[in-house]
Design a protein around this ligand. Sequence first.
Ligand code: DAH
Length: 344
Amino acid sequence: MLEEIQQTEAASLAELASLSDAEALESWRQNYIGPRGKVKAFMPRLKDVPAADKPAVGQRLNALKSNLESAFESRKAALGSSAAAPPGPMIDLTEPGMIRAEAVARRHIITRVRDELVDVFSRMGFQVADGPELEDDEHNFVKLNIPPDHPAREPIDNFYVDDPRTAARPRMLRSQTSTVQIRTMERMVAERSGPPVKIVSPGRVYRPDTVDATHSFMFHQIEGLYIDRGVTMQDLKSTLLHFARAYFGPTADVRLRPSFFPFTEPSAEFDMKIRLRPEQPERWMELGGCGMVDPAVLQACGIDSEEWTGFAFGFGIERLAMGKYGIPDIRLLYQNDIRFLNQV
Ligand code: DAH
């Protein structure tokens, strides 16, 4: 029986070495070391072995079992790793580089346009000023010379946080960045740091408009304010023109149309003649409001309107961004659909 064991071992190991796939390996396992395998078949025959030889044959049988088991494991490991690694080079050296671009995060269009605007105005000497989005009617209306009965103050057109009929100084989400004009002038007077002052202030504003392709209850404006001795309407127009040319190219133009705002006198709306995209012709685009700061506004902030004059302007950032990037619907800007955001 010892000889038979010896032969079985030699034969099985030779066979194992010649196997090349998992299926053959499995049938080898069943044939030799499985529950109905050849090794197991030796066991019942042990009882026929003479008592004196039993220990030696028993040991040899155990050795056969463990030899075949460990040979099986190492063959399996060797086959497994060579199956995972296909033959031939892993890298196609003929493939052009950077076929798949890295997915790089980018800033939102509104953020980009805001930064571009701030950049252009900074080069013209404007500093960036900030103000709170949760405001009060003092800064959103009163000091901007918007009287108590003015339709712009209607509760239905504003996000009041306090009841405007009862609160002394009702809080609200600001409806325009013109609030930052007031904040800036107040701070400047308190700190005796000006005038002169020259600021732009980009930020969010809120109005309960019904959402459609061109309206949103939240959008962005950028406000400008320049106060100095002897500032005139001509300075306003040349600043806007300078801005238009810096941002849209050397052929851009500006026109003012007479208008009315409570906080400027005279007031105007301004259009820019711009080429939004290279393939398009230039066209006039209504951009925002502007004017000479009303003396009442200067006085409300403690600035002597006999000595100082100034201009202000404000326009919507979405409108500009939509024109510039050919975006047909304002809602696309807030839905955070990555397929849209990656296009622009
Ligand atoms: N605040 C105005 C609006 O939201 C825009 C505006 C008009 C701002 C005239 C100004 C200005 O600074 O002088 O419609």
